[in-house]
Design a protein around this ligand. Structure first.
Ligand code: CA
Length: 651
């Protein structure tokens, strides 16, 4: 067995018992328990985070809204509005963005968010109001290999094939080593914010090179906001997901991304490490499940800009068109901060259905597609001849993982930090360039490749050497094009799909290039319900004897997440056993015996999902339910048959 295979194929983080630098957030411990269970069940390399469905693009936090008021937040009018919203409007004030007159509310009662949004839009004091969307790191495809640092270094020294594939970033054709050679001996140390799941700042690669950003204006652990930036003791960035000063990575994604950013600027397998030419500012807004919200993403972006980052890496996405996010990104652009964003991993044409934030038409934003070692477009990569800009390596990329390990991942999440690292190298040569100019230098240095011809605006894959060379002689301009992305007042809520009263996408008027007009975004469950409606009605009439159906098939132990749609409720739960005839579903919610549920069940490895409906045929303690499938289609049954091949039979 090879050294690689010996190491746990699950992310190393779940195999390690403890690590002093890592927080164990009490409220989130279930996810780490889940991770351990996943590892124990041999569910290869998939953390709970990977269960997150990238398809549900317009999920939002139930009951939460973001409201931007006209005028200054200090005005009496604004204060009166806030007071009234709380005292009469049934809203709880969750927070404000200092200086922006933007506020975060939670609806106290059972009113649908759509109704509250509609009502508030009519208020003349409101500039815009929108749902607090849920954002996610994309489902990166992991190749299931992890190596210790010693193994990586040994492999690198032995010139084995592993070493060659380990460091795609050091290989031709991206020409990083040549770029490093060409780079000036000294230059401005550029700060790159990694807005993600956090970074394991204790990893030797970052610690030995001094790559982590330090807030020198803050005194550690004195309980005082010394620099007055609104964050107490933020010596190394911020954790917006848990609102703490510890941006430690509890997922692995952000550490991998950060390693690629650093790896784009120097050899991260060298020993000893050279002093870093850049600094990485870890801003955690995705939780241990890789999930975050618009409100936290917005905070992270303002933090990055206000605290000196010149490049922001955004290997995440989701949600509908968000005014608050557009404003934050425009703020970054207007402060000459380069924005690099993952095009997404759904093999989707972003020209036709945008992926945010990558699809926002901000002139300093670079939307990155993923390419393979031989310059093909990666099979999973989103693309868009009008809206995705440039390709970068994103297939089987080795980089840092928490606990001093390395692992390999594929995704536009991995391609994005290559471009972020390159942007930092460009700015290091020429720190006064505008964000627009940096983007132009990335584009002009890129090399045409056939696979990107009709897939990206540049039809090219990045080349670090060309861009760094060109940066040396570029003349910084004093102005840059204004952003085409603007906050827009949302239209009245539309598309009230029958069934689950989930938060629908409020936006339908995104008018960026190539987006088409009036694209309606129903919620995933809305569409699901509409599709299933005839089936559900037919089933209510049929009264099949589901109990016998359930017992006809062998059951298998499984640990998967499930989303349930029951009447107008959306629920989440887990599936602990499955057969061709049904599943045991665990959820805290009350389900009626005989009730019909629509379910989206994830495969054990989280890479696919099936949509089936069923009927509740038994229950235990109103927490565990037997659901017999009703008219499951062939493709779902085929999927179950495939999954259960590697599962243990349930007793
Ligand atoms: Ca501070």
């Amino acid at each position: 067995m090879s050294a690689i295979a010996r190491i746990s194929k699950a992310k190393v983080k779940v195999a390690q018992p403890s690590h002093t630098g890592h927080p164990a957030p009490g409220a989130r411990t279930t996810s780490s328990i889940k991770s351990v269970l996943w590892a124990a069940l041999g569910c290869v390399a998939m953390s709970a985070a990977s269960l997150a469905s990238a398809q549900v693009t317009t999920e939002a936090v139930p009951g939460e809204i973001i409201v931007k008021l006209k005028g200054s937040g200090k005005s009496l009018k604004s204060q009166a509005f806030l007071g009234k919203a709380v005292s009469e409007g049934g809203l709880a004030h969750k927070g404000s963005w200092a200086g922006l007159n933007m506020h975060h509310f939670k609806v106290n009662d059972a009113r649908p968010v759509e109704a509250v949004i509609q009502q508030m839009q009519a208020d003349p004091d409101v500039e815009y109001v929108e749902p607090n969307y849920i954002l996610r790191r994309p489902d990166d495809t992991e190749d299931g290999e992890a190596m210790s640092m010693a193994e990586v270094r040994a492999a690198a020294n032995s010139s084995s094939s592993v070493a060659t594939s380990s460091f795609t970033q050091s290989n031709a054709p991206v020409q990083f080593p040549q770029a490093w050679e060409a780079a000036s001996a000294s230059g401005t140390t550029i700060v790159v914010a990694v807005v993600d799941t956090g970074v394991d700042y204790n990893h030797a690669v970052f610690a030995d090179s001094g790559a982590m950003w330090v807030n020198s204006r803050e005194i550690a652990n004195n309980g005082v906001d010394d620099d007055g930036n609104g964050f107490v003791d933020d010596i190394r960035g911020w954790n917006f997901a848990y609102n703490s000063n510890n941006p430690m990575d509890d997922d692995g994604h952000g550490t991998h991304v950060a390693g690629i950013v650093l790896g784009a600027t120097q050899n991260i397998s060298a020993y000893p490490m050279s002093p870093a030419r850049i600094r990485i500012m870890p801003l955690k807004f995705l939780d241990s499940n890789g999930m975050g919200t618009t409100s936290d993403a917005v905070k992270a972006i303002y933090y990055a800009v206000n605290n000196g980052a010149k490049v922001i890496n955004n290997s995440w996405g989701g949600g509908g068109y968000s005014n608050s996010l557009v404003e934050a990104l425009n703020y970054a652009y207007n402060n000459k901060v380069v924005l690099v964003a993952a095009a997404g991993n759904s093999a989707n044409n972003n020209d036709q259905s945008p992926t945010y934030p990558a699809s926002y038409p901000i002139p300093g934003l670079i939307s990155v597609a993923a390419t393979t070692d031989i310059d093909n477009l990666a099979s999973f990569s989103n693309y868009g001849a009008k809206t995705v800009h440039v390709g970068a390596p994103g297939s089987g990329i080795y980089s840092t993982y928490p606990y001093n390990s390395y692992g390999r991942s594929s995704g536009t999440s991995m391609a994005t930090p290559f471009v972020a690292g390159l942007s930092a190298l460009i700015l290091r040569e020429n720190p006064n360039l505008t964000a627009y100019q940096v983007r132009e230098l990335v584009f002009s240095g890129a090399v045409p490749v056939a696979s990107l011809t009709s897939k990206t605006t540049t039809q090219s894959r990045m080349n670090a050497y060309n861009s760094v060379q060109a940066a040396k002689s570029a003349v910084a301009s004093s102005s840059q094009p204004s952003s085409q992305a603007s906050a827009q007042r949302a239209p009245a809520a539309e598309a009230q799909a029958a069934g689950c009263g989930l938060v629908k996408a409020m936006r339908s008027d995104f008018s960026g290039p190539g987006s088409g007009d009036g694209m309606k975004q129903l919620s995933f469950f809305g569409v699901l319900l509409l599709m299933l409606a005839p089936v559900l009605i037919a089933m209510r009439l049929r009264h099949r004897n589901s109990e016998t159906y359930r017992r006809r098939f062998p059951r298998y132990q499984i640990a998967s997440e499930v989303k349930l749609c029951v009447g107008d409720r959306e629920l989440v739960g887990s599936v602990s056993s499955i057969s061709m005839g049904g599943a045991q579903v665990n959820t805290d919610a009350w389900l009626d015996n005989g009730g019909v549920v629509a379910m989206v069940i994830k495969s054990p490895d989280g890479r696919e999902e099936i949509t089936v409906s069923g009927k509740v045929v038994w229950s235990e303690e109103k927490k565990r339910y037997g659901v017999a499938f009703q008219d499951a289609d062939t493709s779902s049954l085929n999927s179950i048959a495939r999954w259960t091949k590697s599962l243990m039979k349930a007793s």
